[in-house]
Design a protein around this ligand. Structure first.
Ligand SMILES: NC(=O)c1ccc[n+]([C@@H]2O[C@H](COP(=O)([O-])OP(=O)(O)OC[C@H]3O[C@@H](n4cnc5c(N)ncnc54)[C@H](OP(=O)(O)O)[C@@H]3O)[C@@H](O)[C@H]2O)c1
Length: 334
């Protein structure tokens, strides 16, 4: 049995979902892969709880759910006021998991890689702005830098592009990558106004309280940038052309529907070019997804057309991508 030490940064929706999977499937990972994962630290913005012998994740979840912050946990555990950079440096871990929403996290991803620690993340901005630097450092050091959950949650579109199709040249990708805009547009087809549906999405927890990242197309833009980096080579979000769904009226949506078409926020990627915009597509197109589904249509010189379709959001679904990367990293380390 090979022990692998894990440092978990971020204990919000995704962080807690990842902790639950690590707890529930501990035996499965031992039996199937011969790997014993030990979480040696857990961090939120209130502090870093660190115990080299391993943290009781059940208790960590209880503390976070009861008090809202890990720093409320004082029994048996030390809470440190480390910055993430300090924590990455101080804590002896093989894998650093970043499931925070820290926009500046690329700096501590780089610090972790420079200390030869694997990094697994669901956090998009580090990749959308610093892909070349981060992946370059990881490759130079032969350290895993894995980010499946940044795009399409656990649906393995990154894995397909990064680990398969290695002899193919990708020619073009079209994708629907943001579930909130899909929810809003499909509800508008039922005759509801943009504002009504947005309020509903917020009350259901589908859209965030500040939904601008989804509505303006920034979230889809980050994801498309990451896909471009993997499929065609490094680029940054700043080079993408992004138009959100803010200007779409109910009339436009219903009129498209009457012609057998539907409007979705579509990302179109070719080498050196990323466009995100609302587009009319036929209702029988693989891109005409519903609910929290995402889809990507990939065209390559050898395989032709490949459709990847599956969950694009959700906590269990995102944890699937993160944990799969953790196992991949652990197997490489082992
Ligand atoms: N939710 C999804 O379905 C989904 C899907 C794919 C990707 N993602 C991405 O996954 C990440 C997490 O999403 P989420 O829904 O779990 O967000 P969330 O519920 O807001 O949780 C974010 C967590 O990160 C912590 N945090 C922020 N900055 C930190 C720092 N510098 N050091 C330590 N902890 C820090 C927060 O601490 P506090 O608890 O103290 O605030 C919180 O626990 C985001 O980057 C998101 O874009 C989410």
């Amino acid at each position: 049995m090979r022990g692998v030490k894990v440092s978990l940064f971020g204990f919000g929706n995704v962080g807690k979902a990842v902790a639950r999977v690590l707890l529930e499937k501990e035996r499965f990972f031992r039996e199937r892969y011969g790997i014993a994962l030990k979480v040696v630290s857990v961090a939120d913005t209130s502090g870093v709880v660190w115990l080299p012998e391993g943290i009781d994740l059940q208790e960590a979840l209880l503390v976070k759910e009861t008090f809202g912050k890990l720093s409320a946990w004082t029994n048996d555990y030390e809470v440190y006021n480390f910055t993430p950079e300090e924590a990455v440096e101080e804590i002896d871990a093989d894998i650093v998991i970043d499931v925070t929403n820290d926009g500046g996290a690329w700096e501590w991803h780089l610090a972790a890689l420079k200390a030869d620690k694997a990094v697994v993340t669901s956090n998009k901005p580090p990749l959308a702005f610093h892909y070349a630097e981060l992946v370059g450092e990881a490759e130079r050091r032969n350290v895993p830098y894995l980010f499946e959950a940044t795009v399409m949650a656990g649906t393995p579109v990154i894995g397909i592009l990064r680990e398969n199709l290695l002899g193919d040249t990708v020619e073009r990708i079209e994708a629907v990558l943001n579930a909130t805009t899909t929810f809003i547009l499909s509800r508008m087809e039922e005759g509801r106004t943009f504002d009504e549906v947005l309020r509903e999405a917020q009350s259901l927890g589908i859209a965030e309280r500040d939904p601008s990242g989804d509505i303006l197309g920034v979230d889809a833009g980050y994801k498309a940038t990451i896909l471009h980096c993997v499929a065609f080579g490094p680029i940054t979000f700043r080079e993408s052309r992004v138009k959100g769904i803010g200007g779409i009226s109910q009339e436009k949506v219903r009129e498209a529907r009457s012609r057998g078409r539907t409007i979705r926020l579509v990302a179109t990627l070719e080498r050196g070019k990323i466009t995100i915009e609302p587009r009319e597509i036929p209702v029988d197109s693989p891109l005409a997804v519903e609910s929290h589904e995402n889809a990507a249509v990939i065209w390559t010189d050898l395989l032709g057309e490949l459709v990847v379709k599956g969950a694009g959001a959700g906590l269990k679904e995102t944890a699937s991508g993160v944990v799969s990367d953790v196992i991949k990293a652990a197997l490489r380390i082992a």
